[in-house]
Design a protein around this ligand. Structure first.
Ligand SMILES: [Ca+2]
Ligand SMILES: [Ca+2]
Length: 249
């Protein structure tokens, strides 16, 4: 439990209101890049992997239903997981804190202010392979609230003009567009590292530039001149892991 990790100290406050509830559509997928690792999060009551534990493999909008509300103090991350202070991914309380990390069985204590705080959690990206090529669009800063998720090109996303933060998983960039049918202003968004195929994090409306609240279509591959690099761009960790906490204080 001593993995060195990079702490993305990010702060801010989203005033956005969450919108329509959406369930992630789970699709079968596979990666051509070696052995696929399913998303898995093992959490513990105490720091440093102590006390009772629970292994999560799916979205948990209410940790109370697992008897794990306000109990988590450390976790081992396989894939990319986001833990939230409130139920339903902070949908009703978009200024509440959250904590995220990715890695291949990367074990971390929660940030001190987040110990015994998590009330919901979910992964980002593909369920069967956390390095599958996917794009997740979130309706609030810091991956909070409702989301729009895809493995595939979309001439119109399910909820146009809603994304304030996003996550790219896999090895490939995507192009995000202002208008339907891959038209209008366009920018490429990237994984943090195209060799390690580690996720690219765009945690705020600011990190999406002029396409914040303005994404209407998306397709895999980079077809735009303008590149928008993730906040963790070029972050090369031997462990291939990283984490962040909102707010940073
Ligand atoms: Ca605890
Ligand atoms: Ca809580």
């Amino acid at each position: 439990m001593k993995n060195i990790f990079f702490l993305l100290t990010l702060c801010g406050l989203s005033l956005a209101k969450s919108l329509i509830a959406e369930e992630k559509i789970i699709s079968a997928n596979s990666s051509s890049e070696g052995k696929a690792s399913s998303q898995q999060l093992v959490c513990y009551d105490l720091n440093n992997g102590g006390g009772s534990s629970y292994r999560f493999t799916d979205y948990a909008p209410n940790l109370g239903s697992y008897n794990w509300d306000n109990k988590i103090s450390s976790c081992c991350f396989t894939g990319l997981w986001i833990l939230y202070a409130e139920q339903n991914y902070n949908r009703a309380s978009t200024g509440s804190s959250n904590w995220w990390a990715y890695g291949d069985y990367s074990c971390l204590d929660t940030p001190t202010p987040f110990s015994n705080v998590a009330s919901s959690l979910r992964y980002a990206g593909g369920p069967a392979d956390w390095k599958a090529n996917t794009l997740s669009l979130y309706f609030n800063d810091y991956f909070i609230g409702d989301e729009d998720f895809t493995f595939n090109d979309m001439t119109q996303v399910n909820y146009p003009d809603k994304a304030k933060s996003l996550i790219v998983t896999g090895c490939q960039p995507w192009t995000i567009y202002e208008d339907n049918d891959y038209k209008g202003k366009a920018m490429c968004v990237w994984p943090s590292d195209t060799t390690q195929c580690t996720p690219g994090l765009y945690p705020t409306a600011t990190s999406l530039g002029s396409l914040s609240d303005n994404v209407s279509s998306v397709r895999r591959g980079c077809y735009a001149k303008e590149n928008l690099f993730p906040v963790n761009h070029g972050l090369k960790q031997a462990s291939g892991s990283a984490s962040g906490f909102f707010p940073s204080h």
